[in-house]
Design a protein around this ligand. Sequence first.
Ligand code: J2J
Length: 540
Amino acid sequence: PAHHLPGCPTWPEAFAARYRAAGYWRGETFGQLLRERARLHAERTAVVAGDQRWSYRELDERADRLAAGFLALGIQPRDRVVVQLPNVAAFFEVVFALFRIGALPVFALPAHRSAEIGYFCEHAEAVAYVIPDRHGGFDYRTLAAQVREKVPGLKHVIVAGNAGPFTALSSLPTEPGALPEPRASDVAFFQLSGGSTGVPKLIPRTHDDYLYSVRASADICQLDTSSVYLCALPVSHNFPLSSPGVLGILHAGGTVVMASHASPDVAFPLIERERVTLTALVPPLAMVWLDAAKARRHDLSSLRVLQVGGARLSNEAARRVRPTLGCTLQQVFGMAEGLVNYTRFDDAEELIVTTQGCPISPDDELRVVDEDDREVAPGELGQLLTRGPYTIRGYYKAEAHNARAFTSDGFYRTGDLVRLTPEGYLVVDGRVKDQINRGGEKVAAEEVENHLLAHPAVHDAAVVAIPDAFLGERTCAFVIPRGTPPATTALTAFLRERGLAAFKIPDRVEFVDAFPQTGVGKVSKKSLREALTRSAAAKT
Ligand code: J2J
């Protein structure tokens, strides 16, 4: 269709018709959803953040006023806007204002720096960039100044807080007027891919497909108006945003409580004070919480469900959740590209602690295949391919990559190695994609390698995962130096100066003369990982 944003692959019409007929895609937009909830739950508390408490009515009105403000600035339907906000109330007014005018947020993480943000702004041809003033000891206005320099096309930097040289969110005109009407089948925003390639990929999600996953997730998690969700992970990530996350809560008329940090000293008092019923963590944080909860300094008795996902949770840690926190564990295996799996609340404890759940939708199609895309025997380990009513058919403006990342019949190659249990539940056991999963934060090896290769004293680089008791994995960069090896600190400082997010900076650097090769003359990352395991074993 002509109104569709160019560069966004979409579902073939036969599939779209099927997903509409099944009632998955209902023609509802995010803007309409908030309007409807404000009508149903006007005085209920939608969002608690710091000392702010916004009712559904207030959030709805704020979104309208800001939508008018964005329009007055010249932001138009389908314009891309990079949004890099931490867990603050302003996140909600900003994204719902953008949804209402049909402008498309690109959800950056607070940890991203000029290399990532500059790329998002350029690739998405963003007209605006929304930041906090300061957060976590970092001044985002300094970052914005660098990005501005690199990307002249960026017209506006909008600051939630003290704007400095930029535009304050609070300074925009607030006279509500007529708003454009985006269509539910249109792209609503871009999520970021964990990625395995040189640059991060943008994931186009439509109102229709995303709202289906949110609605179905809210049902699976039995959300209602009494549900209180603690948003402890960065809100713009797909997990806390939609599984069922903050959007699931707003769909159900519950309350979102924003934690500025996921540590127990911030989160536990909030759980006690707001009577939080549900929250989501990555495995390393879950382990920190399990240790901290033993001290019993806070009343966590309101908590009914702890969701853990983003990386593999060990069975041992999983088993400790119920006895220690007195709540149900829910394992969540999801991806910003779409497919999300949950263990269900009434599953047998054994299934909950040993699997990563089963899909949201009866129309999620799963295939577990070998290297030649042939289906493996039931219960065998293989690569997971998936297709369905909320899984994308391609990344934004990435034709060549899409040809590799999707099968010709539209299945997304997750890059995850899984096996299916007799119950139809998934167990995640490794991956084939060239990525490091650092406690839920995804690091694409090639992206870090490219930045290392820009250093004059680096001849070649290969980044691999090292097993780690706390994070699951850390990153190690093997480097073949050009001449005298540079100091490790000089290399990591170089990456930081290039504006790479801190979680992508290698935890360890090893200088070598050559890389082991595979039979076909490629760098054998397997051998590199094995060399690390051997040297670790030699030290103990
Ligand atoms: C093992 N690996 C997992 C799990 C994700 C909900 C939950 C998580 C994400 C997410 C998400 C895993 N065990 N329980 O978007 O909505 C790894 C897999 C997967 C990749 C996706 C959601 N849960 N993973 O983590 O886009 O490798 O989404 O393909 O960040 O994380 O990463 P991401």
